[in-house]
Design a protein around this ligand. Structure first.
Ligand code: PEP
Ligand code: MN
Length: 347
């Protein structure tokens, strides 16, 4: 059973309840998003406890059957969660664009891409220094060297670094150099990594496992929040279906479903879903139209020579098309509350 206290309740009052009504039980007290929560770890005499607790003036809500997740739900926190990275807000009015290559390959490659992106107003630079690759013979990433390249160039250009942590051993290095730590689709249910992310002081972008349900996705986010980190961005990146003409199937319906269920911001990665660069722009438009708070796209200065995911990486020219379509459409949406960029005039 979970007892959620009203906002602003004092610890003394909580202690009082603990020492009286709940004195026979093992209790865990946690605080998230400004609310104190008591988790009763033993089975309880429900009728008795509910009556007593409901009679106090400090209890907001009681969740009887321990749900697999509740901290991330709108039931727990109805207002959207905004995540700030320096002067950038994710989940706010303006949609966020995170962009960069799949992998950090070399200093000059990142410099070229970062300059291009910065000149187009992009401040969140992505790039994997640790790459989870299907084959052990594929490029595995530059590791710490890659993290340093990202950090130095981002500092030079006033950008922020989004990069993946693939295991608990290297998590500390990623945490040191990144501004947002990515947990990839293949690691969405790596529970020791999720717990470590919960102890991190930086926001986490959690990608949906390609064989995971939305409930499993939210349960993974709950791990991170429960273990101490309230700043989680969810990222839909496509799920595996029988369709073979795309790399994965972008689950557009996950966006409104998640928006109903959770207060956390939602980004969409159209690149990994598509697997093919010609499909990325329409999928990105669809994601924003469906209510996503942002997109994460792969861009490369020479995609045909990229060491990973070149086929799905946008060229610079395509990226320019993408952001001009997104920004014109999105700003009209935000002002007029209609999705004008869905009209043909934007294509
Ligand atoms: C990536 O962002 O490059 C990546 C590996 O993504 P995913 O974990 O979604 O496959
Ligand atoms: Mn990739």
């Amino acid at each position: 059973m979970i007892v959620i206290m009203k906002k602003g309740v004092k610890m003394d009052d909580v202690e009082h309840i603990r020492n009286t009504i709940l004195s026979r039980y093992n209790i865990e007290v946690i605080s998230r998003y400004g609310k104190i929560i008591l988790r009763i770890l033993d089975s309880v005499n429900e009728g008795f406890i509910l009556k007593k607790l409901n009679n106090t003036y400090i209890v907001d809500k009681i969740i009887k059957n321990e749900a697999p997740y509740f901290l991330v739900t709108r039931e727990f926190k109805s207002q959207d969660t905004f995540i700030s990275i320096g002067d950038i807000v994710i989940g706010g009015k303006a949609p966020t664009v995170i962009a960069g290559p799949c992998a950090v390959e070399a200093h000059d490659q990142i410099k070229t891409i970062a300059y291009f992106l910065r000149n187009h107003g992009i401040r969140l630079l992505r790039g994997g220094a640790y790459k989870p690759r299907t084959s052990p013979y594929s490029f595995q990433g530059l590791e710490i060297t890659g993290l340093k390249i990202l950090r130095n160039i981002a500092n030079e250009l006033g950008m922020y670094v989004v990069t993946e942590a693939v295991d608990t051993d290297s998590f500390g290095y990623v945490e040191k150099y990144a501004d947002i730590i990515q947990i990839g689709a293949r690691n969405m249910q790596n529970f020791s990594l999720l717990k470590r992310a919960g102890r991190a002081k930086k926001p986490i972008i959690l990608k949906r496992g390609f064989m995971s349900t939305i409930d499993e996705f939210l349960s993974a986010a709950e791990y991170i929040v429960f273990h101490g980190n309230p700043n989680v961005i969810l990222c839909e990146r496509g799920i595996r279906t029988y369709e073979r003409l795309t790399r994965f199937t972008l689950d557009i319906s996950a966006i409104p479903v998640l928006k109903e269920l959770t207060h956390l911001p939602i980004c969409v990665d159209p690149s990994h879903a598509a697997g093919k660069r010609s499909l990325v722009i329409p999928l990105a438009r669809a994601a924003i139209a469906a209510g996503a708070d942002g997109i994460m796209v792969e861009v490369h200065n020479d995609p045909d020579m990229a060491l990973s995911d070149g086929k799905q990486s946008l060229t610079f020219e395509m990226f320019e098309t993408l952001i001009s379509q997104l920004y014109s459409g999105v700003s009209s949406y935000r002002e007029k509350k209609i999705w004008t960029f869905m009209q043909p005039s934007f294509s």
